[in-house]
Design a protein. Structure first.
Length: 304
């Protein structure tokens, strides 16, 4: 199988492809994305207290403004793959090749390989957003063991809600009601925010659908496509990267994902090794950065 393809994308060009790959991570639909972070970004939130006072003829200082900051520092990551080109014969791309071992690939081959890499980036990003820790190949996530940003030992201001037991179709409604009760008691100022979501993984959502279907909600016993994922008026965000038996209630504008798409360090390289070592291998290289952070922990409820 003799063909040659060598491409190199860096900076803005690579950023286009990396951005497309990252956005395949479902959870990013429910996070605020901050791009072009070269090193660190300070997330600033301001809270006012007692700033409105009765009018007078004089200037009278009143109230306080409290400025809080959290640091979002994306971690530099990379993918290095050595792929035998003959594997393309077993893929759908092979259907577009002319018969014969020496047939050239179609013009879309580079895009095909980049999309292959993109799936890897998207899956790794989705997993790290929620369950990642500061180990090789991952970045620290919201619910990662010991170091997750929503854990009580990391951010004591995050409201912690207790589940009755491991989630099942029989108890998921009760556990969601426990969560919404804790939301009303602790984060009432944000309850009617348009971007407030209850985050859960697909398994938990499947249990919820089963429970609601059994109850015959609006006669939708089969939970058809007309159903909008909500619970007691709160939108549901289904995030594949979340672990089982975890719920999070938060605003999209209070959950951040950061990356650098324009840096020279952002790069995708496809290197054909045939002219270098005579092999039928291709080396795939991608470099990018990613990380998450919260804004105001006191406006978030986590159940486990």
């Amino acid at each position: 199988m003799a063909f040659t393809t060598t491409s190199n994308f860096s900076g803005k060009a690579a950023g286009f492809y990396i951005s497309a790959a990252l956005k395949e991570a479902t959870s990013l639909d429910y996070l605020t994305m901050i791009e072009n972070i070269k090193f660190k970004s300070n997330i600033q939130r301001m809270a006012g207290s007692g700033v409105v006072a009765d009018a007078t003829c004089d200037f009278t200082d009143a109230g306080t403004l409290a400025l809080t900051e959290k640091v979002l520092e994306p971690k530099n990551l990379q993918i290095n793959l050595d792929l035998c080109k003959s594997t393309l014969l077993d893929s759908w791309e092979a259907l577009q090749m002319r018969a014969g071992a020496g047939a050239p690939p179609p013009a879309s081959f580079d895009d095909y390989v980049i999309s292959y890499m993109g799936e890897i980036i998207a899956q790794a990003t989705e997993e790290s957003i929620w369950e990642g820790t500061a180990v090789a190949g991952k970045f620290n996530g919201f619910l990662g063991a010991v170091t997750g940003y929503l854990l009580n030992g990391v951010d004591g201001t995050v409201v912690q809600s207790s589940a009755s037991a491991a989630y099942t179709a029989a108890n998921i409604i009760a556990n969601l009601q426990t969560l919404t009760t804790d939301m009303a008691a602790n984060i009432s100022p944000v309850l009617r925010k348009e971007d407030l979501h209850i985050y859960m993984n697909p398994k938990t959502y499947a249990m919820y659908v089963s429970a609601i279907s059994t109850l015959g909600y609006v006669n939708a016993y089969n939970m058809n496509g007309d159903y909008e994922p909500v619970f007691e008026g709160y939108k549901i965000a289904v995030c594949p990267g979340m672990a089982d038996n975890q719920l999070v209630a938060a605003e999209k504008s209070n959950m951040f994902f950061g990356t650098d798409l324009l840096s020279d360090a952002t790069r995708i390289t496809l290197m054909d090794m045939a002219n270098l070592d005579g092999s039928d291998n291709m080396r795939l290289v991608a470099r990018y950065s990613a990380g998450v952070q919260t804004g105001v922990g006191a406006d978030i409820v986590r159940q486990s």
